[in-house]
Design a protein around this ligand. Structure first.
Ligand SMILES: C[S@@+](CC[C@H](N)C(=O)[O-])C[C@H]1O[C@@H](n2cnc3c(N)ncnc32)[C@H](O)[C@@H]1O
Length: 249
């Protein structure tokens, strides 16, 4: 299943344009990304396998993109069996190229698949850890809620869900202040490349992330997760909108 493709009919594809070709330039707009990655790594290192089977931990990464965070996940601890999925073919190809060694070593499978389709085909109580880095905020609310429900179902009891993502505050005054900082960082990060076409695409994409049918507000999201049965919800990092959030089934 190293290079599997699963038919993608459920979600939208918001990364078909320049953003997938110039991904590393886009990431210049998130200067604290390395800090977020480090927190994700610490959470993986700190995870204690309740079952103590001695088997590799089963880990799923949703929305791996070109494999940037995937590489950090692999490096965090030995004994992982990681499946990384992404619905955008161009990005799955980049990830396969970038992480070919881990794929050849059998540590990593990269699957081109829609998140909901893949999760729905996965068994109950299957994964030790599910991770998403900057993926779920892209999804429309109803679709995202179904994905979260499936993440809960497919995690083992006690399993860990790590969301390193944008969780804007529910307070509108705070939101509008942070939005200015947020867009400013993308302008500062992308403008030096001279790619103003890309900058425009990114700014429009970012603004669409905060539309009413998509915005992943902090408190609202916490409530949704707790209603699904997630426990011990905690934010362990915040910079502007970007957070690292942990919770257990
Ligand atoms: C901002 S990128 C983040 C990529 C990577 N996690 C990182 O940190 O660099 C969001 C990724 O989520 C993927 N994605 C968006 N919707 C998806 C879906 N419904 N199913 C699977 N992947 C999805 C996109 O194709 C894109 O690669």
């Amino acid at each position: 299943m190293k290079n599997q493709t699963i038919e993608n009919e459920a979600g939208e594809r918001r990364f078909q344009g320049h953003m997938s070709e110039e991904y590393l330039i886009v990431m210049q707009g998130i200067p604290h990304l390395a800090d977020m990655d480090r927190r994700v790594q610490e959470a993986i290192i700190g995870y204690r396998d309740c079952e103590k089977t001695g088997q590799p931990l089963k880990v799923l990464e949703v929305g791996c993109g070109p494999g940037r965070a995937t590489a950090k996940i692999i490096a965090s601890r030995p004994g992982l069996n990681l499946v990384a999925i992404d619905s955008e073919p161009k990005l799955a190809v980049q990830a396969r190229r970038y992480l070919s060694e881990a794929v050849d070593d059998g540590i990593l499978s990269i699957v081109e698949a829609d998140a909901l389709v893949y999760l729905q085909a996965s068994p109950d109580n299957h994964f030790d850890i599910v991770i998403e880095v900057l993926c779920l905020h892209n999804l429309e609310l109803n679709y995202r809620n179904q994905v979260l429900q499936e993440i809960y179902r497919t995690l083992k009891p006690g399993g860990l869900f790590i969301a390193a993502d944008k969780f804007p505050p529910d307070d509108p005054v705070m939101f509008s202040k942070l939005l200015q900082d947020h867009i400013g960082l993308f302008v500062d990060g992308i403008a030096p490349s001279g790619r103003f076409d890309l900058l425009k695409e990114v700014v429009l994409h970012e603004l669409a992330d905060f539309s009413p049918e998509r915005i992943m507000k902090e408190q609202e999201s916490l409530q949704i997760l707790m209603n699904l049965g997630f426990q011990n919800c905690r934010f362990i990092f915040r910079r502007n909108f970007d957070c690292v959030f942990l919770t257990n089934k």
